[in-house]
Design a protein around this ligand. Structure first.
Ligand code: BG6
Length: 411
């Protein structure tokens, strides 16, 4: 019998925890961290419950952190939620997404709701569109066995990117309390316009990297990596255009892209503002205006940058793009963290604000599942369709070009 399914494992765990209580004075407060294969999550929680390791009488607390992937699609996420909620109350379950522990992601809330200047322009009147990029230079490394059955949409979009999207686009919560914040995230996910099969074909792009190079390092194609099928149809790149059907975001597209083996490691949210209503400088050498961008850089070189146009000094009116920068490390001298440190601490003090509630996860899956359905029904015939070290498939550029836009060039 597998280790996690064996009752004996949990009896031994109970004895061990009893000894730790005696020697370390931990008062029977237990935090379990499930970072196993997802197929074991339900069994482990059930066994912990049967062994009496999840009950919270007499003021002691028992909490369980559940790693991603939380399900593979809407149905499996629902089943997992149902299974674990038979043993645990919602306030004992901490569905972790390490992006929410990143300092810059948390700062989005402070930036938006703690500063008078930005919230007034945070809507369709002033914002043209939003681009969210999570670019990685790494490939699948030694995780082929896991990644092959998952792909970029499940691995990055449904969780990390949707958390960035929700944080940037949700309405102000009534307080900073866990459920108030998570209620607003759920409302936002509900407002994302579901993609029909036709919309999946026109509003999403998938890619898989072929051989290439980054910084003079020659890199193999995804299909040549360890534990990857030679004819794999797993995507290592995904781009999508989403629209949010609510008052604030009417007609403001959100473009999301993520991929492995891209030229740079960078996670950023770029908000492009609408141009001025009339081109005043018509009779000058200025024939087009530099778009105004607010960039929230999540990693690396965490910071916030405002791009705008300025006149180049001299007798003629010539414009150039310039930047106002706030850089975390320069200003606060903070050390980089992965996100996990904050989240483990929050779980130990019982603050679930930065963890996903069951409805948040299911709503995220309900947006992604129609895409997965179409993609699996029509496996891509063109893979590999981008070389390692490039910015992804051409179709991702076309996705924006059709709307008269382009991805921000990240240098
Ligand atoms: C993980 C994904 O959740 O996040 C990985 O499974 C990915 O595929 C990683 O590389 C990225 O995390 P970070 O913090 O390096 O951006």
């Amino acid at each position: 019998m597998a280790y996690f399914q064996d009752e004996d494992t949990y009896q031994r765990l109970r004895d061990l925890l009893g000894q730790v209580d005696q020697t370390c004075g931990t008062q029977s407060n237990y935090l379990y961290y499930l970072a196993t294969a997802a197929s074991f999550f339900s069994d482990i929680v059930r066994q912990l419950g049967t062994a009496g390791l999840t009950s919270q009488e007499d003021g002691k607390w028992r909490r369980v952190i559940v790693e991603k992937p939380f399900g593979r699609d809407l149905e499996s996420a629902r089943t997992l939620n149902q299974n674990i909620s038979q043993v645990l109350a919602e306030n004992q379950i901490y569905r972790i997404d390490h992006y929410l522990g990143k300092e810059t992601v948390q700062n989005i809330l402070v930036f938006r709701f703690g500063n008078g200047i930005f919230e007034h322009i945070w809507n369709h009147h002033y914002i043209d569109h939003v681009q969210i990029t999570v670019a990685e230079t790494v490939g699948v490394e030694n995780r082929g066995g896991f990644y092959e059955g998952v792909g970029a949409l499940r691995d990055m979009v449904q969780n990390h990117m949707f958390q960035l999207l929700a944080t940037i686009a949700m309405e102000p919560p009534v307080s900073f309390e866990a459920d108030a914040v998570r209620d607003e995230k759920s409302k936002l996910f509900k407002a994302i316009q579901p993609l029909s099969a036709e919309a999946v074909l026109s509003q999403t792009v998938r890619g898989q990297y072929g051989a290439g190079s980054i910084d003079d390092r020659t890199l193999p194609a995804y299909r040549s990596e360890s534990r990857i099928a030679a004819d794999s149809s797993t995507e290592t790149y995904a781009a999508l255009k989403l629209t949010i059907d609510n008052w604030r975001w009417a007609n403001v597209p959100f473009y999301l892209r993520t991929g492995k083996r891209l030229p740079k490691r960078v996670t950023e949210i770029a908000i492009q503002f609408k141009p001025v209503p009339s081109l005043l400088f018509r009779d000058t050498p200025i024939d087009s205006l530099t778009p105004n961008f607010l960039i929230i850089r999540i990693q690396p070189s965490e910071g916030i940058h405002l791009h705008f146009g300025a006149k180049i000094p001299g007798p003629r009116v010539i414009m150039s793009g310039v930047e106002m920068d706030f850089c975390y490390t320069n200003h606060f001298g903070t050390n980089r963290s992965t996100g996990y440190e904050t989240l483990l601490y929050d779980c130990a003090i019982g603050d679930a604000t930065l963890f996903q509630r069951s409805d948040n996860v299911e709503l995220g899956w309900s947006v992604v599942t129609p895409i997965l359905d179409v993609w699996s029904a029509l496996p891509s015939r063109g893979f590999p369709n981008y070389a390692a070290g490039t910015w992804g498939p051409i179709a991702a550029d076309t996705l924006l070009a059709r709307d008269g836009r382009q991805w921000r060039q990240i240098k």
